[in-house]
Ligand binder design. Structure first.
Ligand code: SAH
Ligand code: MG
Length: 194
């Protein structure tokens, strides 16, 4: 069986952007506090965050989506080595091209940063009434504060999109959001009145 440290090292060596330590600790606390059992994750990479979340409690079941085939294969291998095949279901597809059935009490959005509004709009129907949507990387290494100073055009466009998502959450009619400067910036959204 591999260890979480092995996965962290593999991610670092292969430039795979897994969630930062304080970020995953925050999510694990949130899972415990809210007795979360069914989780949908958009963006599995090598399965690190899904494995971490599944290890919080034996009752937890996770569906996670990863579009990149090599990463998906690596995730399948890792999930298996932690003996979590029964509790983590991984799908190799683009999350915007498929439909997922069922309701989840936590949805974790951690895929292509430019598409966050689309992921949120598409998957909010899969959220239970009192469910939580967590989004990662909303500070994007601190770049969201001064997007106009970024020299690379592509990076500037991406950072603008992340800021658009922040505005979308701040002005949402349906959901309330709290932003945390934890890890790379995390947002926690709940339905209003829930
Ligand atoms: N949650 C992981 C890290 C995910 S990194 C962890 O913390 O351990 C983001 C991943 O999202 C990348 O592997 C990328 O291939 C995937 N991704 C990006 N856009 C996607 C999409 N539209 N559908 C599915 N996966 C996507
Ligand atoms: Mg992330």
């Amino acid at each position: 069986m591999g260890s979480l440290t092995d996965l962290e090292n593999y991610a670092q060596e292969n430039n795979i952007p897994i969630i930062q330590k304080p970020g995953i600790e925050f999510i694990k606390e949130c899972i415990k506090k809210n007795h979360v059992q069914n989780i949908l994750e958009i963006g599995a990479a090598i399965g690190y965050s899904a494995i971490q979340m599944a290890l919080v409690d034996e009752k937890i079941h996770i569906t996670t989506i990863e579009r990149d085939y090599p990463r998906y294969l690596e995730a399948v291998k890792n999930i298996h080595s932690f003996n979590l095949d029964k509790r983590i279901k991984i799908i190799n597809d683009d999350a915007l091209n498929i439909d997922i059935e069922g309701k989840f009490d936590l949805i974790f959005i951690d895929a292509a940063k430019a598409q966050y509004i689309k992921f949120f709009e598409k998957y909010k129907h899969n959220l239970t009434p009192t469910g939580i949507i967590i989004s990662d990387n909303l500070n994007f290494h601190g770049l969201t504060k001064n997007p106009e100073e970024i020299k690379s055009k592509n990076l500037r466009a991406l950072v603008r999109k992340i800021n658009k998502y922040r505005d979308f959450l701040e002005n949402n009619q349906e959901f309330n959001t709290i932003f945390y400067n934890i890890g790379d910036g995390i947002a926690e959204s709940h339905r209003k009145g829930a």
